[in-house]
Design a protein around this ligand. Structure first.
Ligand code: ADP
Ligand code: AMP
Length: 214
């Protein structure tokens, strides 16, 4: 199965992609995670991407596209995948079409996460993550068992540098301008399925499974 999780920053794509990927035994391909990892390792890609990520802008296609093409060609992606954070503009969606054609593969569904703007700002500003295992928490909505520390490995939780007010507003703006045109792109092919992403993570997970299995 090949799925895209499409939705604004903070909609819960990463949280749900981890669970849905586990459920169907798919690879979870998250371009934001890949770029952050490149930055941690201080690779040339990571260092070039850094200023764009910090400001909340899209990293240029000449950097993201080769990274994505390499990742989707890896062995584990052949069993099926969830794309989380890619494509983010029409050029990336067209590239994905080409890559899938070459693989002789097709997309099954594009799940559109529907969340209101005010909720997104609350989710993003309270987001915390574990620097070791990358688990995602929220100060209020998904708190860890011990405040400030990861449930899985006890590491001190951190805040993403782009989860500040200025970068959040920029990311929402960029989403509206560059990513929203993908609704029509995929709706035109009958692939787009709306999913109400407001509610507990368990409730949203249940909605996703029924939308996928329908
Ligand atoms: P995205 O990958 O779409 O940017 P995340 O999965 O990182 O979003 O979630 C953003 C924030 O919202 C995180 O702090 C996460 O804990 C929280 N979150 C995720 N799903 C829900 C939900 N259903 N209700 C409330 N908060 C949520
Ligand atoms: P995310 O983890 O999905 O919120 O992505 C974090 C940041 O990484 C984004 O704000 C962009 O700067 C960058 N990024 C992630 N995926 C892409 C992509 N497909 N195209 C361009 N930039 C991306």
């Amino acid at each position: 199965m090949r799925l895209i999780f499409l939705g604004p920053p903070g909609a819960g794509k990463g949280t749900q992609a981890a669970r849905v990927a586990e459920h169907y035994k798919l690879s979870h391909i998250a371009t934001g995670d890949m770029l952050r990892r490149a930055l941690e390792l201080r690779t040339e890609l990571g260092l070039k991407a850094k200023p764009f990520m910090e400001k909340g802008q899209l990293v240029p296609d000449e950097l993201t596209i080769p990274m994505f093409v390499e990742r989707i060609g890896e062995q584990d992606a052949q069993k099926g995948f969830i794309l989380d954070g890619f494509p983010r503009n029409v050029e990336q969606a067209e590239l994905l079409d080409q890559v899938l054609d070459e693989m002789g593969a097709q997309l099954d569904k594009v799940l559109k996460f529907m969340v209101l703007g005010i909720e997104l700002v609350a989710r993003l500003s309270g987001r915390r993550f574990c620097p070791v295992c990358k688990s995602v928490y929220h100060l209020v909505k998904q708190p860890p068992k011990i405040e400030g520390f990861c449930d899985k490995d006890g590491a001190a939780l951190e805040q993403r540098p782009d989860d500040n007010e200025e970068a959040i507003l920029e990311r929402l703006e960029v989403y509206g301008e560059k990513t929203k045109p993908l609704f029509d792109f995929y709706a035109g092919r009958g692939l787009l399925v709306d999913v109400d992403a407001i509610g507990s993570t368990d409730v949203v997970f249940g909605r996703l499974l029924s939308a996928i299995d329908r």
